[in-house]
Design a protein around this ligand. Structure first.
Ligand code: ATP
Ligand code: F6P
Ligand code: MG
Length: 343
């Protein structure tokens, strides 16, 4: 069998481990051949392809980013796109199965192509951990580890100066990274897109901690919507695909906290550092298993399905199940964390 791979959407530690897992499984077990389309769907539309022999994937599980490159190209409505164009490319390169490694946007495109009869399967990826249908996505554990380490560092400098420290993490629509890294670092407040918290309540948590002689740590997801606003704060304009460019809620909070409490405050926007570098051991294992399972899924002709983590097992799930909406932080997880806020 000849299997095509592509990585699409924001990059994510573990993408290369998926590629390696898929290729090794295919070469060792089935005598498969592999090609990679460069830069997500862009490579399919532009016929930009690279061979993926076993030698190319050596040592890849520890390498961050994606050797294939990525983009946010829409395969159907994008420039030069269309179901027929994708079908023609697969035929042209003799590709029997296309594995799309992406988040909810990329997998929505994959589903439409599978529904149109193309041999397409999915591998779920996103540092945000917001995909339904799978318990976890690789990249999330790495992002949490990086953010936790950063917060540990913010705490020591904060304590030395008796300041309040604000750590801004990724999370456009969901607060999983903020929740997990915040709990791991012992944050005194965690603000997530799913929950409204007034500035009065936030400042009361900050004051309580400061009055007890400690340095308050506030964690905020980039997509948190502050009191008095209807939408995310975005002063950086829009991306090419129309999404607001996020990053800056941390600075907004610094201003609010200093004005309302008089406590000196600093913010660090962790940004793309959370998506860079080597994956954690957990993510390497999850990504390798996803890659191997994707090759098995292609051999089972599981078109329109994706591989997914369910407990400790890797299962096959219809793409539709992963696309019914984003996986938000549930109320009970927020309530549990909130009981630790403040002093
Ligand atoms: N329904 C759809 N049909 C076809 N293409 C889509 C659809 N929805 C989104 N896309 C395309 O998929 C691209 C990738 O989606 P998006 O930017 O949300 O990344 P992703 O794959 O979800 O990963 P992440 O959001 O985690 O970075 C979008 O830029 C868009 O071009
Ligand atoms: O890399 P970009 O295009 O700035 O996108 C950033 C977005 O991508 C994500 O990291 C998801 O991949 C979000 O958490 C973040 O809002
Ligand atoms: Mg997305």
């Amino acid at each position: 069998m000849k299997i095509g791979l592509l990585t699409s959407g924001g990059d994510c530690p573990g993408l290369n481990a998926v590629i390696r897992g898929a290729v090794l499984r295919g070469v060792k077990t089935y005598d498969d051949e592999f090609v990679g389309f460069r830069n997500g769907w862009r490579g399919v539309l532009d016929a930009d392809v690279m061979e993926l022999p076993r030698t190319v994937v050596r040592g890849l599980s520890r390498q961050g980013g994606t050797i294939l490159g990525t983009s946010r190209t829409n395969p159907i409505e994008g420039d030069g796109g269309g179901v027929e164009v994708v079908a023609q490319r697969l035929k042209e390169f003799g590709v029997d199965a296309l594995a799309v490694i992406g988040g909810e946007g990329s997998l929505a495109g994959a589903k439409r192509l599978a529904d149109a009869g193309l041999p397409v399967i999915g591998v779920p990826k996103t540092i945000d951990n917001d995909l339904m249908g799978t318990d976890y996505t690789f990249g999330f554990d790495t992002a949490v580890a990086i953010a936790t380490d950063a917060m540990d560092r913010l705490r020591t400098t904060g304590e030395s100066h008796h300041r309040c420290m604000v750590a801004e993490v990724m999370g456009r629509h969901v607060g999983w990274i903020a929740l997990h890294s915040g709990v791991a670092a012992g944050a005194h407040a965690i603000l997530i897109p799913e929950q409204r918290v007034s500035m009065g309540e936030l400042c009361s948590w900050v004051r309580q901690v400061h009055e007890s002689g400690r340095s308050p740590l506030v964690v905020v997801a980039e997509g948190f919507i502050p009191e008095g606003h209807e939408d995310v704060l975005s002063e950086k304009g829009l991306e090419a695909d129309g999404r607001p460019r996020l990053g800056g809620i941390g600075d907004y909070l610094v201003h609010q906290i200093e004005e309302r409490t008089g406590i000196e405050t600093r913010a660090a926007i962790l940004g793309h550092v959370q998506r860079g570098g080597a994956p954690t051991g957990y993510d390497r294992v999850l990504a390798t298993r996803f890659g191997m399972a994707a090759t098995d899924l292609a051999h089972a002709e599981g078109w329109g399905h994706l591989v997914a983590a369910r407990g400790t097992e890797i299962e096959r799930v219809p793409l539709a199940d992963a696309l019914i909406g984003l996986k938000h932080v549930p109320q009970h997880r927020w309530d549990e964390a909130k009981s630790l806020f403040g002093r």
